[in-house]
Design a protein around this ligand. Structure first.
Ligand code: 5GP
Length: 204
């Protein structure tokens, strides 16, 4: 009997905040054999966020220490705070054949793309979620109600810059309803899971 063993995939998703990325990620988190990659950040937790679940919330000093020790695959500053993806847990998941979902910004994905390590080059699938318009993005951000007017203005400015980078990504999803976005995302996941280069034939 033939069967395939498959190496893990890094699904790295970028989207301006408010583009619907967290809803998509929240849905995908519930899918079995799919692991959400927990980043480190110096940003304080928002209401309802849990340490070790949404992020590893670190002090600036601890973040610096880990960055200095080379513990991050990539790290970036975003809106005054620092964010980073841990190398060891990422490698472990990929070697174990577990697919990871990384919710990281444009500069973080650019760093991953530039890494020479064959295991990352093979595993990386980058996806950009494009908001329909800046006005819609603003509406979604206001509806979320977690940021002040000033923070919303900053995030919209970052969004304008991030949206220029969509062509650098292997896939782009133009955001519609949450269900449409999820369907498109699932289609990408399914196809990537069948790529021959990720499979090893076992048994016979
Ligand atoms: P938030 O503060 O809204 O949770 O995240 C702000 C931004 O930081 C989002 O665009 C998110 O994708 C990004 N981000 C979260 N974790 C990481 C990470 O580990 N690395 C990088 N480069 N960006 C991250």
């Amino acid at each position: 009997m033939n069967y395939f063993r498959r190496s893990g995939i890094i699904f790295a998703v970028s989207a301006p905040s408010g583009a619907g990325k967290s809803t998509i990620c929240a849905n995908l988190k519930q899918t079995p054999d799919f692991q959400y990659s927990i980043s480190c950040t110096t940003r304080p937790p928002r209401a309802g966020e849990e340490d070790g679940v949404d992020y590893h919330f670190l002090s600036e000093a601890e973040f610096q220490r880990r960055a200095g020790a080379g513990e991050f695959l990539e790290h970036a500053a975003f809106n005054g705070f620092r964010y980073g993806t841990l190398k060891a847990s990422t490698r472990q998941a990929i070697d174990a054949g577990t697919d990871l979902l990384l919710d990281i910004d444009v500069s973080g994905v650019a760093q991953l793309r530039a890494l020479p390590d064959p295991w990352i080059r093979e595993a990386l699938v980058d996806i950009f979620i494009m908001p329909p318009t800046i006005a819609e993005l603003e509406r979604r951000l206001r509806k979320r109600g977690t940021e002040t007017d000033g923070q919303i203005a900053e995030r919209l400015e970052i969004a304008r810059v991030e949206m220029r980078h969509w062509r650098d990504y292997r896939y782009t999803i133009l955001s519609g309803t949450m269900e449409e976005d999820l369907q498109k995302f699932r289609a990408i996941i399914r196809a990537e899971r069948y790529r021959s280069s990720r499979l090893t034939l076992e048994g016979q």
